[in-house]
Write a protein that binds this ligand. Sequence first.
Ligand SMILES: Cc1cc2nc3c(=O)[nH]c(=O)nc-3n(C[C@H](O)[C@H](O)[C@H](O)COP(=O)(O)OP(=O)(O)OC[C@H]3O[C@@H](n4cnc5c(N)ncnc54)[C@H](O)[C@@H]3O)c2cc1C
Length: 480
Amino acid sequence: MKKTREQVLTDLRGLFGESRVITEENAVMNYDGDNNVYAKAFGAFLSPLPMCILNVCSTGEVAKALVYCNENGVGVIPRTGSSSYELLLTAVDGDCIVIDASGMKEIIKIDYDNMMATCQCGVPLIALEELLQAQGYTTGHSPQSQPLAQMGGLVATRSIGQFSTYYGGIEDLLCGLEAVLPDGKVVRIRNVPRRAAGPDLRHLFLGCEGALAFVTEVTVKIFRYYPEDMWLGGYVMKSFGEGLEACREIITAGYKPSVVRLYDKPDFDYNFGSIELNEGEAFMFFTAEGPGEVARAVGSGIDRIARERGGRYVGTEAVAHWLKHRNDRCAIFGTEKRREGYRQKKTFYATTEISASWTDIQEIYKNVMERLPREIDNLTVFGGHVSHSYQNGTNIYFVYEFKVFSPEAYLGEHRRIIDAICDEVLKLPTGSCVHHHSMGKMRLHLAEREHGNSYELIRSLKEMMDPNGIMNPGALVAKK
Ligand SMILES: Cc1cc2nc3c(=O)[nH]c(=O)nc-3n(C[C@H](O)[C@H](O)[C@H](O)COP(=O)(O)OP(=O)(O)OC[C@H]3O[C@@H](n4cnc5c(N)ncnc54)[C@H](O)[C@@H]3O)c2cc1C
């Protein structure tokens, strides 16, 4: 027979001790920085609440908690930094608990000979990065949420950093890991440089959204860091489309900048505005890293192509400004200041990140920019930027702010925008409607369109790894 909330809480207190089981209303309502963030500013709360937050301190405790939840049909939302979007941490009903592993914050080993760092899942990325930089090394992983995110969540969301064109996304950085399966079994993927022993099992955990297993330990690559040799360059392009062409040319010619960014005017003016752009113009900028000779050579190739493609060189100041302020948004995430901003302006700002081949992305940008203002009449800001580029394509972050009609309706209004963008993306053969934030519960209804007939494999994976469906119910596949 299904246990009541009170029975579950009593059992957990018995297993872990009173102080580890948090039921205080304010803590439970705010365990998820993204969930209902606008509505909460107005005192409205629209989602079911988990029964409690359970704080765990070791792999053994994670295993003990999962065994209990699996045997008793209690849902589990794994949490580390709580910086995710897309309702990843949001409960779909009240039959679940949050397991918070942010207390697992030991940096276990830094192996400078083999260029790897091993951490517990609750290590803040910023803590690892600061430790490494002090020794002349870097993780190379620098999402905008670097001051907030932790190692387990970074793996579980398939995160990507701002310097990804040089260092790669987390999928390129992850060497191996330890994870706990829903039945409590602890599995380990060893840190080999490469293997061809069947499918790559790391990918069961990369982007698992906490819906397949609980990641408890992570080993990532580290790199030598040469900040003093970083090359910077900024260019004004006549249009966003011409900027895209220039980025394509630079990447496919074989240059490997660390940052490749291209902003249209509305996005740049809203987020930075550190140089003047005329109507229709775009701001494109790059950094190149590595040992000085490499960074300079890459920089000189970028500069030649950017100018050949009509770029007007505007120096390094605006790039330096971006480097300095690129993570400022984190300072207000989850704070009263952010809520006060909502109450004052009654607008909501968000982003939707997608990707496509170099040719399809041109069409997507054009179609989305035409469609949104036609369909959504309460947009107050709307634009986009490129921030991660590949040999075969790139991404666009569409950024938008809209006037909110009522706190209760804002989530629905936000969904309309996401759906319109993603609809345009998924019409194109190489379009992906989620570049790095994860599907979460916000875009899950698009999973069939995103994956086509291979979505069946994700359903089978969920069935196989989590037969009782306890892990992050409603993520990756709909809750049964
Ligand atoms: C201002 C801001 C900027 C951002 N910029 C970027 C960016 O540049 N690039 C980017 O990729 N993302 C970005 N994000 C999104 C977010 O920071 C990332 O998704 C990050 O990886 C989440 O890590 P976290 O530790 O906060 O995870 P959480 O928010 O705690 O959890 C995220 C997901 O992972 C699961 N999870 C957490 N820990 C574990 C675990 N130990 N085992 C299994 N599952 C787990 C959770 O259940 C949830 O589904 C940004 C967010 C903010 C607020």
